[in-house]
Ligand binder design. Sequence first.
Ligand code: AMP
Ligand code: GLY
Length: 429
Amino acid sequence: MNILILGSGGREHVFAKKISESPLCDQLFIAPGNAGTALCGENLNFAVTDFQNIKAVCLDKKIDLILPGGEDSLVAGIADFIKADAQLNHILVAGPSKAGAMIEGSKDFSKIFMQKYNVPTAAYQTFTNTSITEGQAFLSTLKPPFVLKADGLAAGKGVLIIDDLKEAQESLAEMLNGKFGKASDKVVVEEFLDGIEMSCFVLSDGTNYVILPEAKDYKRIGEGDKGLNTGGMGAVSPVPFANAEFLSKVETKVIVPTVNGLKAEGIDYRGFIFIGLMKVGNEPYVIEYNCRMGDPETEVVLHRVENDLVELLKATCTGDLKNIKMQISAATATTVFLVSGGYPEAFEKGFEITHIDAVNDTTVYHAGTKNEGGKVVTNGGRVIALTSTGNNMKEAIAKSMQAAELIQYTNKYYRKDIAQDLIHYNEHI
Ligand code: AMP
Ligand code: GLY
């Protein structure tokens, strides 16, 4: 098969590496890709939402399968675009339609969906700029901290958690008056869930599903989980506090009603479902859905999946997941992101990255990198994800940290405490 991956992050490098290793893949293209994906296939220089260029490439390169990495092209309707075009509609798209991508594209839609299909989630109400006063009154009935969520995509910045009632009421008014542009035309106000976060991942073919390994990511820029939110500074899989009993609850209480609910809504959902969970006591509550894999979660989750990725994606698109048996490595995987100093705020790019070849026993997944004049240079906030496996968390993370020290570029930064809370977790129980 000829395959086109859309995206340029660490997640897409994992996809590209796995796909290039599959005997089912003939030619692989990545748009726009990075210096890592260039080692696995041919990078094409256009944006993931540039549907006219996607069409031209599909025809020119005789593409058989498209794998959208992030949510942007899915929410913009790439699957619908391919399906509606007579020259393209034979192409498989491993991702949901625009309607399916609404599970991520609209918090209000996902909350209504969860309530309708009895998926456990925080109690909530949704407000608009004609119901600001009602929203402020609703806030005063809740216990702090207060959780305010912009309905639409807001580049990961649309959720505010505020301790003070007055401040929360003011923020609600600001959001409904355009703080996040159109994304906060509606705001979900919800109950705060006090627990520990993790994520699980599913591939659905519209009827059947397979469950991928669970993961936990580290969102904040600073050690001890302090400072600004980022796309993710590291991740681990498996998650030590998610035992078999808890994961079986996740399947029956969350995954089954989600897959069945999408079908009942008439949404033919063929693709990844990323479920952000809060474990409250021993019960799972859904914080959010995403219509794609996570980054850096993919760097640990797919690292443990031993199945042929092309076979998995093909079965997802053709409704054949019931014939797939998942093969998951028992090893622990950890990933540590090297980022550009200053990220997630302003940072400089274009610094040469050296000593990549000195790394062994750790996989180097590129994210914000590009080839320039025969060198690999930094080209984004999150630069390189270093994924290692071991018999336990301690062993795996030691390898990732060693690799993190080896690779050099100006203004390199990474969190040295990734996984440390979980190494100690086992010692406390
Ligand atoms: P979301 O974009 O919905 O995943 O929210 C971003 C982050 O806010 C989550 O990863 C959680 O850390 C936190 N969060 C969201 N909703 C809640 C909630 N109801 N209770 C506690 N924390 C939450
Ligand atoms: N790491 C979080 C995400 O991909 O949304």
